[in-house]
Design a protein around this ligand. Structure first.
Ligand SMILES: Nc1nc2c(ncn2[C@@H]2O[C@H](COP(=O)(O)OP(=O)(O)O)[C@@H](O)[C@H]2O)c(=O)[nH]1
Ligand SMILES: [Mg+2]
Ligand SMILES: [Zn+2]
Length: 287
């Protein structure tokens, strides 16, 4: 049979196939080859006479993320808030750049819109203009379930974003399951020895969403050469700068800088680009 690993706890993998979840162990061959099945993996498995399941083969992965270590993600829902916690534009731009770099679709979920002022919400629309999907939510009073289900349909999505932005509350609006919300800090949770397992919730045919308790955000390998950063800012694409390999910094006849002056490119985005460019460069030169 073929199924998807939806949960891993110790050495037991829960594999979902035809709406049924099977408890499986990984065959020894994996350990010998140093391959570990991941949540999100599509696998071939069999149920033996003793009613135990065994994973025989892992199908090819579309992608893999390290922390949390999960596979086959179609899109990330990146949660941000204007207030509680307050917005950090640099972190957003860095995160979006990382998603571009590893080529994973990302949708921005502006959570706690009830705490935001209209002008701040307007400002965030800039990301929509650049080409990102953007959804405003209020988890308690105005949860756009249809819009969200539309976004999730037929895909495996992972929620991401700082602690306290409303990810768990969001998930509890979607799944019929007891999800721990707020108040208890990640630290005290760990103190209580809560198992930190990664789990996928199934929301319908081929529609899954990851809950990753204990992780604030994905820790992605970042760009090794600053010259590749320009490809990670969507709005810099297809600009007819004088030089093909223009980094949009000091080069003459740069379209990106023209657009910056004309207000077509956001000043904060451009400044964050420069900061990231320098960060990557400095790190590379230190090697
Ligand atoms: N005002 C407001 N508070 C929210 C909203 N969503 C979640 N919260 C609160 O924000 C806190 C953190 O939420 P939680 O879902 O645990 O965030 P997580 O750390 O991202 O999983 C909790 O106290 C929630 O009750 C929202 O849309 N509006
Ligand atoms: Mg949470
Ligand atoms: Zn340029």
């Amino acid at each position: 049979m073929i199924g998807k690993i939806i949960k891993a706890q110790k050495e037991i993998y829960y594999v979902l196939a035809n709406d049924e979840s099977y408890m499986c162990k990984a065959r020894g061959v994996f350990r010998n080859q140093n391959i570990k099945p991941l949540v999100g993996d599509n696998v071939e498995f069999e149920i033996r006479e003793d009613n135990k399941g065994y994973i025989n083969n892992i199908l090819e992965r579309k992608n893999e993320i390290k922390r949390p270590n999960i596979a086959n993600i179609d899109q990330i829902l990146y949660f941000v808030t204007i207030k509680n916690p307050s917005l950090n534009l640099f972190n957003i731009d860095k995160y979006l750049a990382m998603c571009e770099y590893i080529n994973i679709d990302v949708a921005i979920i502006l959570s706690k819109k009830d705490l935001a002022e209209e002008k701040d919400l307007e400002f965030i629309r800039m990301y929509e203009n650049i080409g990102y999907k953007l959804i405003f939510i209020d988890n308690y009073n105005d949860f756009p379930k249809d819009k969200i289900m539309n976004l999730l349909k037929g895909k495996t999505s992972a929620v991401s974003g700082s602690s306290g932005v409303g990810k768990s509350t969001f998930l509890s609006n979607l799944v019929d399951y007891d999800i721990e919300i707020g108040s208890i800090s990640e630290k005290s949770k760990r103190g209580k020895n809560t198992t930190r397992h990664i789990e996928i919730f199934n929301l319908g045919k081929n529609t899954n969403i990851f809950d990753t308790p204990g992780f604030d955000s994905f820790d992605l390998d970042f760009i090794d050469d600053e010259k590749n950063l320009k490809y990670c800012f969507k709005e810099f694409d297809n600009k007819s700068c004088k030089f093909n390999n223009c980094n949009h910094i000091n080069e003459p006849k740069c379209k990106v800088k023209d657009d910056l002056l004309n207000g077509y490119i956001s000043k904060t985005r451009y400044e964050n680009y420069l900061t990231l460019f320098d960060d990557i460069k400095r790190r590379r030169e230190k090697w």
